[in-house]
Design a protein around this ligand. Structure first.
Ligand code: NAP
Length: 498
């Protein structure tokens, strides 16, 4: 399979890139990084440089936290509706510029334009959802059981937050944190992934255009993640760390956060099992598998990582799934008909291929794909593997690519044991004709989320997050704003009757 891509930027692409702020955002001003250094952001479909962005250092990080701390009290005192209306305006503005956001994500991250448009809608929904939540964040009141005092409970913003986001969903991972932090009244320092900072840069400008006061959101893109964020995590003025990324990095950030007993939210890696039972509608399961595997080229924490299929339908499922996977068109996300974009970089593609090669060496059979695609960029062929050995690395590690290993099971107990045989617990997918069995699986499978007869379940109104080593806390829904609030109890005697 060969992929040919045009390395020339179109006029529209060049114009969009020229409009992106390239500095660090501190106290409402875009400026060059303190050392004047920059780094290049690349198009993974061509390997060509798109734009140079300021490379923040420790001083910029410190300035960003100073600005967030300085803005905190005034921001926390704003009316909830004031914050709600900024979010609502930002929602409208992101949707008005949906084409720009989608194109920018396709350029820096590689996903096909249609998928990027899907992310714009999904990401923007966090702005709308939390604009609605901002003024509905209630405390409570009660008389104590002894009848002698009042119990008043109020929610308060936790204070300045450090938000660290990954490269795979450049808009949605940012809005999922920034929107509830704004709604709750927190100020922020955002450190986007250095592979895809451009979407965050544009989004930060949109927020300011929507009326976000100076200093509430500060943005420091950097190639020295540890050097910039380490001192902030150690600074007692920081009150919260919200991280989305890999489990190993999350683990080490948690250890660092322990020093100041920081509030933390951790959205970490996954190893989602995708279960197909003998009573499932196999065609629907194949559709679900395509969505759960191919969304974002498999570069999603929620991507189905292991396909566990009942032996009675395994042959039919594998054959139909492989036929669909082999019919997909690879190409730069901006090209018509492209269904599968490149992986993010050469290292990621190398890791995907190493997992596939290992599985093959252990006896797996390739139904389709099995190798990098030839040509420019970091493309990998959509791949289906069967007869995967139980101990294969590909079943225990996050693949993060368009590769589907299939394993068979004999009965429900074996399916549950296989599904739970991982340190991760983010999401599982279950396809079955029996609602009863589906609910039984929800009870027995240890994940924070479960898709029942559906391959994609992300929604701003739903609590997103994992258990075990997939993380702590939830994003979206009612839980999402609570991550940025602390509970204060005020006790007082009952008022006397005068
Ligand atoms: P990553 O390597 O852990 O990086 C995530 C973020 O952490 C990036 O901004 C990165 O910065 C930063 N970072 C790396 N080392 C750091 C350090 N020592 N100190 C502070 N920050 C540091 O993960 P990724 O490769 O970008 O993203 C893929 C991973 O994210 C996968 O494991 C995926 O499952 C997970 N993910 C989880 C969810 C979820 O909601 N559970 C959602 C999406 C992705 P630089 O990249 O700029 O160095």
């Amino acid at each position: 399979m060969t992929v040919s891509t045009s390395a020339e930027l179109s006029e529209r692409e060049s114009t969009l890139l020229a409009s992106i702020p390239t500095g660090v955002l501190i106290g409402g001003q875009w400026r060059a990084a303190a050392g004047g250094r920059t780094f290049a952001v690349e198009d993974p479909a061509t390997g060509k440089v798109l734009l140079e962005v300021s490379d923040a250092g420790a001083q910029d990080g410190a300035d960003a936290l100073d600005a967030a701390v300085a803005a905190q009290d005034e921001w926390a005192a704003t009316a909830p509706r004031f914050r709600a209306e900024i979010l609502r305006r930002a929602f409208d503005m992101v949707m008005e510029r949906a084409d720009d956001f989608a194109l920018l994500m396709t350029l820096e991250m590689g996903k096909p334009l249609a998928e990027a448009m899907g992310e714009v809608k999904y990401g923007a929904e966090f702005l709308r959802w939390f604009s609605e939540e901002a003024s509905r964040s209630f405390g409570r009141y009660s008389t104590n059981p002894e009848g002698t005092g009042q119990i008043m409970v109020q929610k308060k913003p936790v204070g300045p937050c450090l938000l660290i986001t990954p490269w795979n969903f450049p808009l949605a991972m940012a809005t999922r944190k920034i929107a509830p932090a704004i709604a709750a009244g927190c100020t922020m320092v955002l450190k986007p992934a250095n592979l895809t900072p451009l979407t965050s840069q544009l989004f930060a400008q949109v927020l300011m255009d929507a009326g976000l006061p100076a200093g509430v959101l500060n943005v420091v893109a950097t190639t020295d993640a540890g050097g910039v964020t380490g001192p902030l995590i150690a600074d007692p003025r920081l009150r919260k760390l919200s991280f989305t990324g890999s489990t190993p990095v999350g683990r080490s950030l948690l250890a660092n956060a322990a020093h100041n007993v920081l509030r933390t939210s951790m959205e970490l890696g996954g190893n989602a099992p995708f279960l197909v039972f003998g009573d499932a509608d196999v065609d629907a399961a194949v559709e679900g598998a395509m969505a759960a595997k191919l969304r974002n080229m498999g570069e999603a924490c929620t991507a189905a990582n292991r396909f566990l299929v009942h032996e009675s339908v395994a042959g039919e499922f594998a054959e139909k799934f492989a036929a669909k996977m082999s019919a997909l068109t690879l190409g730069r996300g901006t090209e018509d008909g492209s269904k599968v974009g490149p992986l993010i970089d050469a290292k990621s593609r190398g890791k995907v291929h190493a997992l596939v090669s290992d599985a093959i060496a252990d006896g797996a059979r390739v139904l389709t794909g099995g190798a990098p695609a030839e040509g420019d960029g970091y493309f990998y062929q959509p791949t289906v593997l069967v007869d995967v050995a139980p101990g294969a690395r590909i079943l225990s590690e996050e693949i993060f690519g368009p590769v589907a290993p299939i394993v068979t099971f004999k009965d429900e107990d074996e399916a549950v044991a296989l599904a739970n045989a991982t340190e991760y617990g983010l999401v599982a997918y279950v396809f079955t004709g029996s609602h009863n069995r589906g609910m039984r699986m929800a009870n027995r499978i240890e994940t924070g989320m479960l898709g029942l007869n559906v391959g994609v379940i992300s929604n701003a109104a739903a609590p997103f997050g994992g258990v075990k080593q997939s993380g702590l806390g939830r994003e979206g829904s009612l839980e999402g704003i609570a991550e940025y609030q602390y509970t204060q109890y005020i006790g007082s005697p009952l008022p006397d009757n005068g």
